[in-house]
Design a protein around this ligand. Sequence first.
Ligand code: DQA
Length: 144
Amino acid sequence: MRILVINGPNLNMLGIREPGIYGSSTYADLCQSITRWADELHMEVTCFQSNSEGELVTAIQQAYGKMDGIVINPAAYTHTSVAILDALKAVALPAVEVHLSDVSTREPFRQVSYAGMACFLTVMGKGFAGYREALQELAEHLAP
Ligand code: DQA
């Protein structure tokens, strides 16, 4: 099982940005944890982060035919990007949306998720552990 884990803008600033909301661990720590969890689940994982909407769309497009599933935290683009939604629909790979924080209890502008409309599951408010849950759910979803 080959899984692409995509993180959007400002998630490279984990550990520095708003630690009260996002915690004090870094993006490198997150990738290390994801790699360990993927190993335990016998998955091959690729972590990708970009601050650019176009690069995120390209990464999703390039997953077509190469990856079996996607875990995506589109960060701020969650709430604005029809382009990311359309890319997820285009490749039609099983996808899980993750948010570190519980966006359902935050500002009104965070209440819409475009990307989420193309995902079979959303995990939010569980910090880094949300990515583990997303990988586990994908493993179950993809199991024969
Ligand atoms: C986030 C929530 C988004 O609203 C925000 O713009 C982010 C991070 C999260 O992981 O909680 O950058 O996706």
